[in-house]
Design a binder for this molecule. Structure first.
Ligand SMILES: [Zn+2]
Length: 418
């Protein structure tokens, strides 16, 4: 272990520096996956890790790891999040989790080197590739490939709007690595809440017990190209109008369920030929449904498909619906909730159990290894926005929880029973 200088002040300095990479004028960041700012932050982070004694590795899908081996051959406790961001985003989403995990992991390595802890497990830090999925859908790509939920070749062949593939982009930034063979004992992630529950309940640490389910669709409307002027109104097969009516109905759907919340969105619109004097013939949207209750999601999916098809047939427009990504509402590792609570109590930190509405890399990891997901508060719940903000005291409380937790987990003998 090198780079003994650690602690809270160093963590805040490092996080402040990280926030300048791809920084925007309004205090946010723009660091989409495998862009130049992403390459820059990966170079900085790799240097940070190796200068503190971590062995840096990159796997085939660009997940960046820092490995600290205390016990040769023992499994790793993996911890991290993602450094990539939405096109204009806050500086905390993902990046805080990577920085806090790395700083906490380093703190543990310092304690091990000083003989204060006798570890049974090793520690690895991870920066997952393309969690955001904005340039290359779907989201959570790196952890999806790592956990075998998405085939490597399928991920490689995804193209951005300019026709650049994931494989080309990773090659270009020097981040197409080799298959990692990491034996894992567990996974820990810390992230900003992106909601208001912690703030409203004055809790400093959120212990995520489960996730809302999500279903994402690409809906394509195929009409017929015609002149916006002379074509008789009754003869138009207007793909954009059909899409617009579907978008309005998607919003209305959210108010139709009394038994549980349903969040709906249409977030993108692609129009062909996108000319001022042509009735659009081919329009695509991304449609997103989220709920903690599976029956609500099932019913919402059935209703929106039926509605889009009905509007399409009324308008003479074909409708093709493809489910592009989904995850189920399910639990994190219940045996570990108490472990986190004990750490919070020992640190004097207020805590609260809650669900995550957003997907995270931990959403994938929890299905393959015992997983802990922690939240720190987000001011007003603002996220995917440059104005996203978390107080310094909350950032430090999260880091302290991570140090306490990792210290416990690397010595834990009970993993096999989880
Ligand atoms: Zn995130």
């Amino acid at each position: 272990v090198t780079g003994e200088r650690g602690g809270e002040a160093a963590f805040l300095e490092d996080f402040a520096y990280l926030s300048t990479i791809g920084g925007t004028a309004r205090g946010g960041v723009n660091r989409e996956a495998a862009t130049i700012p992403d390459a820059m932050q990966r170079a900085w982070f790799g240097g940070w890790l190796s200068s503190r004694g971590f062995r840096v590795e990159v796997d085939e899908i660009g997940n960046q790891f820092g490995l600290m081996e205390f016990v040769p051959g023992a499994p790793y406790i993996l911890t991290g999040s993602h450094l990539d961001s939405q096109p204009t985003a806050g500086r905390f989403d993902g990046a805080y989790g990577v920085a806090a995990s790395a700083s906490a992991g380093h703190a543990i390595a310092v304690k091990v080197a000083a003989g204060e802890i006798e570890p049974r497990f090793n520690i690895a830090i991870v920066n997952w590739f393309n969690e955001e999925g904005s340039r290359f859908p779907p989201s959570m790509m790196g952890s999806s490939v790592f956990t075998g939920k998405l085939a490597l070749q399928a991920a490689y062949s995804v193209e951005d709007r300019g026709g650049v593939s994931v494989e080309q982009a990773l090659t270009l930034i020097g981040m197409k690595g080799e298959a990692a063979s990491l034996s894992l004992a567990g996974y820990v992630e810390i992230h900003i809440e992106q909601g208001r529950e912690l703030e409203a309940n004055r809790a400093q640490i959120g212990i995520v017990t489960g996730t809302w389910g999500a279903r994402k669709f690409q809906v394509r409307f195929i009409g017929s190209q015609s002149h916006t002027g002379p074509t008789p109104m009754s003869e138009r097969q207007d793909a954009l109008l059909t899409a617009a009516e579907t978008i309005v109905q998607t919003r209305a759907l959210a108010d139709q369920f009394a038994e549980a919340p349903l969040h709906t969105a249409v977030s993108t619109l692609e129009i062909y030929p996108n000319s001022p004097v042509v009735v659009a013939s081919d329009v695509s949207i991304n449609l997103d449904l989220r709920s903690p209750v599976p029956s609500v999601l099932d019913e919402a999916e059935r209703l929106i498909i039926a509605t889009a098809e009905r509007i399409g047939s009324e308008r003479g427009v074909g409708v093709r619906i493809e489910r592009t990504h989904h995850w189920d509402d399910n639990q994190y590792t219940p045996e570990l909730f108490d472990v986190v609570e004990e750490v919070c109590i020992a640190q004097g930190l207020s805590h609260r159990r809650l669900l995550t509405v957003a997907g995270h890399d931990s959403t994938n990891m929890k299905d393959v290894v015992p997983t802990i997901m922690l939240f720190v508060p987000s001011r007003d719940g603002v996220s995917h926005n440059e104005l996203e903000f978390t107080e310094e005291a909350d950032l430090l409380a999260g880091r302290r929880t991570m140090v306490g937790l990792l210290e416990k987990l690397v010595q834990e003998t009970q993993w096999s029973t989880v």
